[in-house]
Design a binder for this molecule. Structure first.
Ligand SMILES: NC(=O)c1ccc[n+]([C@@H]2O[C@H](COP(=O)([O-])OP(=O)(O)OC[C@H]3O[C@@H](n4cnc5c(N)ncnc54)[C@H](OP(=O)(O)O)[C@@H]3O)[C@@H](O)[C@H]2O)c1
Length: 299
């Protein structure tokens, strides 16, 4: 969708993601193994401490030596750790998500084949048309809070505090890829939970926490988010400017005031963007300004 010559880059990104996940799994299993060894050594040590060196010999619970309870408690922690590694992380981690996505994609491909077969005398070019249309179902969404004068930020910070806007941002973006410029990423105290961060920078070796993905172009950011049916472009000004042409939807919070700022949202072309939903809200104890939630779709 975003370029003609993407296949190699696509494979590299996929492999990179899988490699990252594999490394994560290896680390998790290594830590569990170390925990197991420490548990064995620790248990022997506690037994020697109690039975041979006589430490806490007189301290008993239910007529049983204390070391039995200590070891049982530790064993419980070890079992919990094992459960986490082999059940929680296995089934709810990235690998599991990836497998589910692949299953979904293969189902969609099958469905596409069925549709193709039901259409008589279709040329090959029609197949690629259908494919293109399926690709276009992805809903690339820009999400932004924008003042009346299009201000969005100053000194790499937001200018206002709107509790409801933050809640809406969380509700809409949770579980999705959030694509952002390096400066916006640096404006966060830490990565946001339950979202895949994709940070765009021109720097070759920009360092981020391991769960954050770094790319060098906006096209690559959209490419690594291609399995997400609604990746969000979350700013800032530079990225909004470049991303507008790729977006299908805009979720805008219009803050009904003018602000002094150093970063602005691009002016929307009304011949391209149609307002589909709009809800107006008055300021209250949690929101310092009047605001509206407005959805736009590409005409
Ligand atoms: N109101 C809102 O909804 C909202 C949302 C988000 C952010 N903001 C505000 O917006 C401000 C930040 O926006 P900003 O425009 O200054 O910065 P930004 O868009 O967040 O990030 C700019 C950086 O992104 C990288 N970049 C941009 N285009 C690129 C490209 N084509 N290829 C590779 N890298 C590229 C560059 O990083 P390198 O310099 O590392 O190469 C560039 O310096 C802050 O004040 C923030 O609070 C507001």
């Amino acid at each position: 969708m975003l370029g003609n010559n993407k296949s190699n880059a696509t494979i590299d990104k996929e492999q990179l993601e899988l490699l990252k996940n594999a490394q994560k799994r290896i680390q998790q299993k290594k830590r569990l193994y170390i925990h197991f060894v420490v548990f064995l050594i620790g248990s022997v040590f506690i037994i020697i401490l109690n039975l041979i060196l006589g430490f806490g010999k007189t301290f008993k619970l239910f007529n049983t030596d204390w070391f039995v309870f200590a070891i049982l408690a530790w064993l419980f922690l070890l079992l919990y750790h094992t459960f986490n590694v082999f059940i929680t992380h296995k089934f709810m981690g990235k690998n599991w998500e990836q497998t589910q996505l692949e299953k979904l994609v293969s189902k969609q491909k099958k469905r596409l084949e069925e549709i193709k077969n039901t259409l008589p005398n279709q040329e090959n070019s029609n197949t690629s048309e259908i494919k293109k249309k399926t690709d276009l179902k992805k809903n690339i969404t820009i999400i932004a809070a924008v003042a009346n004068n299009n201000a969005i930020g100053k000194d790499n910070q937001l200018i206002w505090h709107l509790s409801d806007d933050l809640k809406r941002f969380k509700a809409l973006t949770s579980g999705h890829h959030i694509i952002m410029g390096r400066k916006t990423f640096e404006s966060f105290p830490k990565p946001l939970p339950n979202r895949t961060h994709v940070v765009i920078t021109r720097q070759a070796d920009y360092k981020v926490p391991h769960e954050v993905m770094v790319v060098n172009t906006l096209e690559d950011a959209l490419d690594v988010s291609r399995h997400d049916n609604q990746p969000f472009i979350i700013g800032g000004g530079e990225i909004y400017n470049q991303a507008l042409k790729f977006a299908d939807t805009i979720e805008l919070t219009r803050v009904h005031e003018n602000f002094e700022a150093d970063t602005f949202f691009p002016k929307l072309d009304v011949s391209v963007w149609q307002e589909t939903v709009s809800h107006h809200f008055k300021k209250d104890e949690h929101n310092n300004h009047d605001y509206s939630f407005i959805s736009y779709t590409r005409i």
